[in-house]
Design a protein around this ligand. Structure first.
Ligand code: COA
Ligand code: AMP
Length: 636
């Protein structure tokens, strides 16, 4: 068969018989007991995949490759310009590290189903820890290092981990971020206390240890190795959770997205072959963070399930040391695919618009750039295409799905790229565009993007210990469909365009943040009467949060001083990742007659866009005041 038509054929095969499609894909995984049933519609909120199978994800990621002749092949390359170090771990070495760490976890009392929270920077031990949990059937929950103690505390409270694994610091180009004080504060804030913390002392920060709770990671792993202690793979049900990953909801309380062991493996393996086209033995660089879903799936699990080599990059696209960082990585590690967020390319373009640093590197083996995490604006996509001269693939997904919903499956065939569209639905996803009543809209018409149930393997079966919240958040609005909370349209060729969220989630430098969560923090300031946070356009980060606040009457403190306190408060309560720098004091907020704050109109004013006067507005003159306030800060 020629390449043309391979996507259509694969999608049609899935449509005709989804169970046969996933049963075939499941053959690429080594099961302990293979699935006899592929899907059980009677279980869970919309059904469960591979309900009777047992497996171990770590076995498929490591042991299997060591057994099958990949022992000496690099599994993980740590490339860290921020520390000036590089390290390579072969599959055999990685298996040794992971099985020793897994034994240490068992010695600390961690067993099947126990939760383990990881608060780790971009170092190999983060990947070892995830796999060590998988090996013994424990459920990991990685918390991104850019979150503050309170966010970490919320996750500890919800996941109730038996043990927490953390390093003493993360390294940002401008500063060393000490994790231990954040961790200690988070444990103090949480009513749930872990039995132990395994602390990895990094050379940059030697943290003092809690006398009974904290254990020294390196010493315990060294002792386990010296004693020949290794944990074996534990059999888990395919439907047992591999991990919980918290993501922003519409309030300050994050949602614990649950990922199955079995379905996750089946789909990730399928995507390596068919979507990314990365073969065993090849190298992929995913420049994200292990704290995000992209990092879970494409720094750690998918490359290893495929027997490929993954580059774990502890650095930035610019400034470590320059805007040629990605080109150096690709050339030096002979990567065939780079996966990152569009914001990284906007940052590179801003520093080096002519890509003058590129010609110094040999990128002859490089095949494709994949972008996700936020909409790839056509301008950036075309720029990347022009300089790299390889396909630049935008693809759309969510933490909830764990892998791509809409993409361009170059492993099957490269479909024509339409800048602005992540292309077409992947097998497993019946993507539709509907109006508020759930009726399909004509091609090219904006609407809510929904997915017909059941969701495919790998997508979340539920939220951690919150089945009702799962149904309310995702399944209730459009019966029979999963509500993505993204809006967009589908054109006459079936290309999907994702234009933005329909809820109050914003995307800042590819990071998903809740404006509702930020409003809760602003409202907690004693001088604030009411507030509204909107995402305003930013040339590099896509969006940045902007908080409009109305002060209580009788406040004597200057608005400037309060605004500075509010910026510090968000950093303290949510973390630097919120990138909250704009707090604007205004006299009033624009509202409808029923009291609803007109956030969308405020955003348009701040972005300098035309807006229609809302028919229900209580007092239109407030909008002029908002205009004056934003222009005072160089917006609008
Ligand atoms: N630990 C601690 N702090 C962190 C952090 C981490 N893991 N990651 C980011 N931060 C901090 C940054 O240092 C910055 O702090 P500052 O306010 O003191 O400067 C703040 O959080 C905001 O970070 P960010 O929004 O990432 O901005 P930046 O200026 O540091 O970098 C980019 C901008 C575009 C270079 C950067 O965002 C990037 O590389 N993005 C890639 C996107 C990505 O990985 N997305 C994941 C989904 S695919
Ligand atoms: P996250 O869960 O952090 O991966 O964020 C998911 C959200 O990011 C989606 O709901 C979209 O709003 C946005 N997003 C991710 N990838 C894309 C893309 N390729 N195009 C448009 N929006 C995207």
């Amino acid at each position: 068969m020629t390449e043309a038509g391979r996507y259509k054929q694969a999608y049609a095969r899935w449509q005709a018989d989804p169970e046969a499609f996933w049963a075939e894909a499941a053959q690429a995984i080594e099961w302990i007991s293979p699935p006899q049933r592929i899907f059980d519609a009677s279980q869970g909120a919309y059904g469960r995949w591979f309900p009777d199978a047992t497996c171990n994800t770590c076995f498929n990621a490591l042991d299997r490759h060591v057994r099958d002749g990949r022992s000496e092949q690099p599994a993980l390359i740590h490339d860290s310009p921020v520390t000036g170090t590089k390290a390579v771990y072969t599959y055999a070495q990685m298996l040794d590290e992971v099985s020793a760490l897994a034994a240490v976890l068992q010695d600390l009392g961690v067993g099947k189903g126990d939760r383990v929270v990881l608060y780790m920077p971009m170092i190999p031990e983060a990947a070892f820890a995830m796999l060590a949990c998988a090996r013994i059937g424990a459920v990991h929950s990685v918390v991104f290092g850019g979150f503050a103690a309170k966010e970490l505390a919320t996750r500890i409270e919800d996941a109730a981990p038996k043990v927490i694994l953390a390093a003493t610091c993360g390294i940002e180009p401008s500063r060393v971020v000490e994790y231990k004080p954040l961790l200690d504060t988070a444990i103090d804030l949480s009513s749930h206390k872990p039995q132990a913390c395994l602390i990895l002392q990094r050379p940059q920060v030697e943290a003092s240890m809690h006398a009974t709770r904290d254990k020294n990671w390196r010493m315990l792993v060294a002792a386990a190795k010296a004693n020949g202690r290794k944990a074996d793979c534990v059999a888990v049900a395919a439907t047992d959770p591999l991990y919980i990953l918290y993501t922003s909801g519409t309030t300050g309380r994050p949602k614990g997205v649950v990922r199955d062991n079995g379905g996750h493996m089946v789909v990730l393996k399928w995507t390596m072959d068919n979507l990314y086209g990365v073969k065993p033995g090849e190298v992929i660089i995913t420049a994200s963070d292990v704290g995000w879903v992209v990092g879970h799936s494409y720094i750690v699990y998918a490359p290893l399930l495929q027997g490929a080599t993954s580059v774990l990059y502890e650095g930035k696209p610019v400034g470590t040391p320059d805007a040629g960082a990605f080109w150096r990585l690709i050339a030096e590690h002979k990567a065939v695919v780079l996966f990152t967020a569009p914001t990284a390319f906007r940052a590179i373009r801003k520093e080096d618009p002519q890509a003058s640093l590129l010609p110094a590197y040999d990128l002859s083996h490089f095949r494709a750039l994949f972008l996700a995490g936020e909409r790839a604006d056509p301008d950036t996509l075309v720029w990347a295409q022009d300089i790299l001269k390889v396909p630049v693939i935008d693809h759309w997904w969510q933490t909830e799905t764990g892998s791509c919903i809409v993409g361009n499956p170059i492993g099957l065939e490269l479909l024509p790229v339409k800048p602005g569209s992540p292309t077409v639905p992947m097998p497993g996803y019946d993507v539709q565009c509907v109006d508020e009543g759930g009726r399909p809209v004509p091609a090219g018409t904006m609407g809510a993007i929904v997915i017909k149930l059941p969701l495919p393997p790998c997508a979340l079966p539920t939220l951690w210990q919150a089945d009702e919240r799962f149904v309310e958040s995702y399944l209730a609005a459009y019966p029979g469909f999963y509500n993505t909370s993204d809006a967009g349209f589908i054109d006459a060729d079936g290309y999907v365009f994702i234009m933005g969220r329909t809820d109050d989630i914003i995307n800042v430098a590819g990071h998903r943040l809740s404006t509702g969560g930020m409003e809760e923090v602003l409202a907690s300031h004693p001088a604030v009467a009411e507030c509204a946070v909107v995402g305003v356009r930013d040339a590099v980060k896509g969006e940045q949060p902007c908080g409009f606040v109305v002060l209580k009457s009788g406040i004597t403190q200057s608005p400037d001083a309060i605004e500075r306190e509010l910026v510090a408060l968000i950093r303290e309560k949510i973390g630097p990742v919120a990138a909250f720098r704009l707090a604007l004091t205004v006299g009033r907020l624009p509202k409808t007659r029923s009291g609803k704050i007109l956030r969308a109109t405020m955003k348009k004013i701040a972005d300098g866009e035309d807006y229609a006067m809302p028919a229900t507005i209580e007092d239109a003159s407030v909008l002029d005041e908002i205009g004056v306030a934003v222009r005072g800060r160089g917006l609008g």
